[in-house]
Write a protein that binds this ligand. Structure first.
Ligand code: ADP
Length: 320
């Protein structure tokens, strides 16, 4: 059994990361294992911004969005030299295993660190995009989806009053999960995602016809990876002449107090990660599959691309 572990959050922040860090920390402390918190992701690892944590270090954080450990993007860590320095900084403190909470990129970095140095690593998927292969859930995706739905509800009120077309751009550079789930639950007529081609001529002709049949308003949800909201709105105006407005939610989607689902799931994942790392396991990521916690091979998680559920894509079209 390991005697000392470290935990960090890395890459884009997401609501629920705090709950995960709290669960890892308290589970490990409960088992008599020392826990180090690393500030600012891989930056903090290289700059030695690490401190030993107590149960109190993670008090009063479960309800907070963001991550109290801070997060960063770190270029130095993408080089083998950077990772060797990270390894040395862990070993110098007697740290025998590392838990990394982050997105695709952070897990890729963790995988490289483990492969090159043998440092045991357990990953947790922390990103609002829900795009980590092998898991149907990532920490923060539920809160972000609920933030978007709140915006959609408000946009629908004003769209209906003015018979407008509303284009809402949401996050998701490579993944349409947020756009698809919020589009379906927000009753969007069109959902544009990077995983699927679309034809603006066809969409605009369809929109015109809908208005002629008496439709009061139309909602288009677009993932940023499928196009810029402003461009799409401009194309709609040019081709249909319909009164069109565009909204871009931006970083509001990352913030906010985590939902019940994100708090509970992050806590479950955190407990599993702590138990796994202290018992000497490595190169795994914990996620969810149909409501159950599962472990995924870290190498597989970072070398495969998660697909958007085709059933959701089909349903979106049926209900539009
Ligand atoms: P996210 O984890 O949210 O996907 P990034 O892709 O920005 O965010 O990754 C966070 C950090 O992880 C990067 O700044 C870098 O330090 C590290 N990282 C990302 N990709 C790699 C890689 N291929 N090899 C090593 N480290 C990486």
């Amino acid at each position: 059994m390991l005697k000392s572990i470290a935990i960090m959050t890395s890459g884009g922040d997401s609501p629920g990361m705090n709950a995960a860090v709290r669960a890892v920390t308290r589970t490990a402390l409960h088992a008599g294992v020392k826990v180090w918190g690393i500030y600012g992701g891989y930056h903090g690892l290289l700059d030695e911004e690490m401190f030993e944590m107590t149960s109190k270090s993670v008090s009063d954080i479960i309800q907070r969005g963001g991550t109290f450990l801070g997060t960063a993007r770190c270029k130095r860590f993408t080089t083998p030299e950077g990772r060797q320095l990270g390894y040395k900084n862990l070993v110098d403190r007697g740290i025998q295993g590392l838990v990394v909470v982050g997105g695709d990129g952070s897990l890729r970095g963790a995988s490289a660190l483990s492969a090159e140095t043998g440092m045991p690593i357990v990953g947790l998927p922390g990103t609002i995009d829900n795009d980590v292969w092998g898991s149907d859930y990532t920490i923060g995706c539920d809160t972000a989806a609920n933030t978007i739905i709140d915006a959609i509800n408000k946009l629908r009120d004003t769209a209906s009053a003015h018979r407008r077309v509303i284009v809402l751009e949401v996050m998701g550079r490579n993944s349409g999960w947020l756009a698809m789930t919020t589009g379906i639950s927000g009753g969007a007529e069109y959902i544009l995602v990077p995983e699927e081609e679309y034809d603006m001529d066809e969409i605009c002709a369809d929109m015109k016809e809908s208005y002629e049949r008496g439709k009061r308003y139309i909602l288009v949800v677009v993932a940023e990876g499928a196009g810029k909201g402003f461009d799409i709105s401009q194309q709609i105006v040019e081709r249909t002449g319909l009164d069109t407005r565009v909204s871009k939610l931006g970083h509001i989607q990352r913030g906010g107090s985590p939902s019940v689902i994100d708090r509970v799931r992050a806590s479950q994942l955190g407990e599993n990660a702590a138990l796994a790392i202290i018992s000497g396991l490595s190169d795994i990521v914990f996620g969810f599959d149909r409501g159950h916690v599962v472990s995924i091979n870290l190498h597989d998680a970072v070398n495969n691309k998660k697909k958007l559920n085709p059933e959701l894509m089909r349903l979106a079209k049926v209900l539009a």
